[in-house]
Design a protein around this ligand. Structure first.
Ligand code: G3P
Length: 195
């Protein structure tokens, strides 16, 4: 249990760093929470018009979860790495530093995958890009990719990681509820459109 607790705390601390907020503020673009969807993630940072910053947000929000999994995994083993990745995701969604109002977890989901089942990132990216090119919805692309991943992990026999990713998928779906209702009413903003 102490190992699991240490993994959870370290994961949470990494995950709760809100890079989208930090980077947009540092670039003098104001508070990303006051534009577009109000989210702190890369998709909403892109709505500032700054692609480099959006890419950096995606990369750093992903790598904070990978780093947590890698570091914890190195010292405490494979199961602890999965716990750290999961709690990095939780940290991103519920960061204590900004009133527990965090992001939707797509980048950290990818980062956790990179930490615990790296080959799956290729599948995530392929599905995401396929849906994004067809529909131009960032949210829908992530929602579809997050369905495919646990199923693929399950089929490949990686049941433990499949179960954890499935829980993350459910939590992220819940965080995407406003996106899902916008998608259903046709009001979701497309990649490249402002707001
Ligand atoms: O799946 C991407 C998700 O984070 C959507 O972000 O800003 O469109 O709500 P946003």
């Amino acid at each position: 249990l102490p190992i699991a607790l240490a993994a959870a705390v370290i994961g949470y601390l990494f995950g709760s760093i809100p890079f989208g907020l930090i980077l947009t503020r540092a670039a003098g673009l104001g508070d990303v929470r006051s534009i577009g969807s109000g989210n702190i993630g890369a998709t909403n940072v892109l709505r500032t018009g700054n692609r480099t910053l959006a890419a950096a947000t995606l990369l750093l929000d992903a790598l904070k979860a990978s780093a947590a999994a890698w570091i914890v995994g190195y010292f405490l083993g494979e199961e602890a790495a999965i716990i750290a990745g999961f709690f990095a995701f939780i940290g991103h969604l519920f960061p204590v530093w900004i009133g527990f109002k965090g992001g939707k977890g797509v980048a950290t989901y990818i980062g956790t995958l990179l930490g615990v089942a790296p080959i799956m990132v290729v599948l995530f990216a392929a599905v995401w890009l396929a849906v994004a090119f067809t529909t131009r919805y960032s949210s829908l692309s992530a929602l579809v990719a997050m369905l495919v991943i646990p199923v693929a992990l399950w089929i490949l026999g990686n049941e433990k990681v499949a179960a954890v990713m499935a829980i993350m998928t459910l939590i992220s779906y819940w965080k995407h509820k406003a996106n899902i209702s916008r998608l259903m009413s046709g009001a979701e903003s497309k990649i490249g459109a402002k707001g």
